[in-house]
Design a protein around this ligand. Structure first.
Ligand code: PLP
Length: 457
């Protein structure tokens, strides 16, 4: 090898000598200069030839041997192995995808207002987390016991659900909890009833689990319970139907729970934005009525930020145990720092305080949004949450309005995007929480310009 392969080691710089040597031999095998079966010099001869210590040659051979490029044959020496050398993978560069909404004002529903300056309560929580060493081992797959306890108190206090820590599972948000629940409780092919129009991520979760989706119509009060047919589970957003915004009246809640008891159906209550209500009395959570029939999903996505990926699932203790056992096998539960921070935020009242502050902020914005949009159609769903829906006259194409609004610099969601088989008027789903107040005013001015054009045609 010495004569045919000029091996040059750079003693002054670069990687350690044994790595340089290994790389040059590897390259020679890869490009065919050293063929399978070729006998390599002994480490002693190679070291002598290159004027390096034998340990350098030995370390290079050990590396090549471990990677499978060479093999030792007892009594005969070291040989290039008989494997077709693979081309090393090259990194395929991909241009970062530009954000299609960059530079636009957004009125898309779903994202809360996030103050650009972090609150003292937020900073305190993270200071406390950083002052602790991480736990020694794996955490409980259902969530930190102290956090489950604090969440049980929280949902008891704000949603009236009588439960204890054994009823709580900490999740990475609603969709995570929903997917976990579907995976553990339903078999592909089983029927799940979902509101139509409804939450696209719930539909996506059911489709991915290959469930048969039953489209249940919705009216201004929410799910039409009388339209339910036999199924294994019902997904419902009773506190603020997504996206039409109905608040399921008590009588219908009772009817739904009674129906579920009679038919043995599981009710999945997505309670995504119940913290925000304006001048209307709270309505009982379905889980308050029957925790044996109802699985309740809560989230921080509307109160603090969807980026936290944190929420909770409240259910019968036996259900929580099943879900936790499934999760223990997949390692799929929220990270300790997130859980520890939430525990501090609950203990210090930071979550309540943020909700109170944002409720005041959203109440004003909601009023302004309703006033600005009322001349163009029927505003519905304004009693709760972070969005309203504007029903438009039948001749208006809501996709076209969305395109025109985007061209003017505003992102909105067309109502027809959420419809599946149940027909209904066109409309816009308008989130008023995300932008700053001045940006909301600008966005509404741009949107009403567009609406003036399309509704007066
Ligand atoms: C109906 C509904 N449920 C739940 C969520 C929140 O989901 P997650 O907690 O997974 O962020 C949203 C957010 O837009 C929603 O619209």
């Amino acid at each position: 090898m010495q004569s045919s392969l000029p091996l040059i080691l750079d003693r002054a710089a670069g990687p350690p000598l044994h790595l340089q040597l290994a790389e040059q031999v590897r390259a020679a095998i890869r490009d065919g200069r050293l063929q399978a079966g070729h006998r390599l010099p002994s480490t002693r001869d190679l070291a002598k030839d290159l004027a390096v210590s034998r340990s350098v040659a030995q370390a290079a051979y050990d590396q090549l041997h471990a990677e499978g490029w060479i093999e030792g044959r007892t009594g005969a020496g070291t040989f290039v192995t008989d494997v077709a050398p693979l081309q090393p993978a090259v990194r395929r560069r991909r241009e970062p995808r530009p954000d299609p909404d960059a530079g636009l004002l957004t009125l898309r529903p779903g994202i809360p207002y996030i103050s650009p300056t972090p609150d003292p309560g937020w900073r305190r929580a993270w200071r406390e987390v950083s002052a602790q060493s991480p736990p020694r081992g794996y955490d409980d797959a259902a969530g930190l016991p102290a956090l489950r306890e604090a969440l049980a108190d929280h949902v008891g206090r704000v949603r009236g659900i009588a439960c204890g820590p054994e009823n709580v599972l900490v999740t990475n948000g609603t969709v995570h909890g929903l997917r976990l629940l579907l995976a553990v409780t339903l078999q592909p092919g089983e029927r799940i009833a979902i509101e139509d129009p409804g939450y696209l991520n719930a539909v996506g979760a059911a489709r991915d689990h290959r469930l048969e989706i039953v489209d249940v119509p919705v009216d201004e009060d929410g799910l039409r319970v009388s339209a339910l047919t036999e199924c294994s589970a019902v997904y419902v957003t009773p506190s603020h139907q997504y996206p039409l915004g109905g608040r399921l009246p008590v009588a219908r809640r009772n009817e739904l729970v009674r129906w579920a008891r009679r038919t043995g159906t599981l009710l999945i209550e997505d309670d995504y934005d119940s913290e925000f209500r304006y001048d209307v009395a709270p309505l009982p959570a379905l889980a308050q009525l029957d925790l044996d029939r109802v699985v309740h999903l809560g989230t921080l996505s509307k109160t603090l930020s969807p980026s936290l990926r944190l929420g909770w699932l409240v259910a019968a203790d036996t259900m929580v145990d099943r879900l936790a056992t499934f999760r223990a096998n997949s390692g799929d539960w929220p990270a300790w720092p997130m859980q520890a921070a939430l525990l501090t935020m609950l203990r210090d009242g930071y979550l309540d305080q943020s909700v109170r502050r944002n409720r005041r902020l959203y109440a004003d914005r909601r009023l302004h949004t309703c006033t600005a949009l009322a001349p163009y159609g029927q505003v519905i769903g304004q009693d709760a949450g972070l969005h309203i829906t504007l029903l438009l006259p039948d001749h208006v194409n809501d996709h076209e309005v969305t395109r025109l609004a985007r061209a003017s610099g505003v992102v909105i969601a067309p109502l027809s995007e959420y419809r599946r088989t149940n027909p209904g008027p066109p409309g816009l789903v308008i989130g008023y929480a995300t932008p700053s107040t001045p940006d909301l005013h600008k966005a509404l001015a741009l949107l009403t310009d567009v609406l003036n054009r399309v509704t007066n045609r």
